[in-house]
Design a protein around this ligand. Sequence first.
Ligand code: AMP
Ligand code: GLY
Length: 431
Amino acid sequence: MKILIVGGGGREHALCWKIVQDKRRPELYCAPGNAGTAELGVNLNIAAEDLDALAAWARREKPELTVIGPEAPLCAGLTDRLQTEGLRVFGPSRAAAQLEGSKVFAKSVLLAAGVPTAQAQTFTDAEQALAYVRAAASPLVIKADGLAAGKGVLICSTQREAEEAVREVMVRQAFGTAGRQILVEEFLEGEEVSMLAFVDGRRAVLLPSAQDHKRALDDDQGPNTGGMGAYSPAPMETGKFRQMILEKIFNPTLAELNRRGITYQGVLYAGLMVTASGPKVLEFNCRFGDPETQAVLPRLAGDLLPILEACINKNLLPEQVACRPAACVCVVMAAGGYPGQYRKGDVISGLKEATALDGTIVFQAGTKLDGERVVTSGGRVLGVTALGPTLAQSAEKAYRAVERIAFANAHFRRDIAAKGMKRKPQMKSAG
Ligand code: AMP
Ligand code: GLY
């Protein structure tokens, strides 16, 4: 069975790692992949955003399944394009991917569906937005409507910062056309949690919860990043919590999409803030999270491939998403300087030694092969992941593996999963 995986980060290595374990012994192709995916399949020299080249390859090679990792090709309509060729694709259509591709669209769906979310106003005119933020109470959150590589959300603690953010996004167009429209949103306080669900067009089935660590430094200090680590389960996850999230967030959102003639098939990721008055949606992503996927997929008890196929065939069953009663912790090792300027091409040592440790998986992200050697080639380099009976034991294992790995100026947080351990020392949720 020939499978194309689009993307080249830690998420895609985790997807390949899980899929390759399927009894059908799939043959994997990854575009563009990294040094980790090269061990499990064939890397193609095609960028994830190059829709023409991806479509040409797929037309020629006819993969039985294509799994799309990142948001850019999903929002650009890669699923629709491959489906037109008669191919089977895991990932939402362009229309459904607007839930991530347009924050204004997502907000209108949330409001129409009655799903709890931050209050927000939409602006297409900078002067009107400026007048609004001058009259509004701080803090405020300014969000560019479109995709901005995770940088389009600006938290503003003062009115002056909010005005500056509006100018940056709408006048100076820091995120290009993504900032033609903005949302000015109420600031929510609480604990964040990522809830991902498989969706087959009719039904959503939740994956185990996860918590990301977005800031670069310990104790949630420093600049925002793509994610410095994740763990699963998150401390707020209980059976009741999961049921509430399905009933109050996923089901009404999918019903509202259906009402608009949009069928969602793929992974739907809800970024939630658990506030004093309950969970509220901060954002939707139309794909697996990175690094949440690295912390969640190892907990999946069965094969992934049948789930992906069931999402396409509209016959997903909750039993297919059964989880191991284990905890999982993923520590991201990044290049020094990330999320700012960083070096590439540094040799990574200790990968074999770390992987040999029991219950440990090293997911590669910004890596590539240089002859026989694995070298750094991106900001987030590795996702060092461990499974164990408790979060504390998993974290200890993951950090033991981190110690075996070295590359110049490697930098990582030392408190991944610490919040989860503080809240509940014995996490044994079955997910
Ligand atoms: P988003 O891309 O919408 O998830 O935003 C990125 C990050 O900004 C989120 O993970 C939150 O940490 C933060 N954020 C977004 N919206 C809000 C909000 N309304 N209140 C507080 N924090 C927010
Ligand atoms: N971990 C955040 C994201 O995947 O967008």
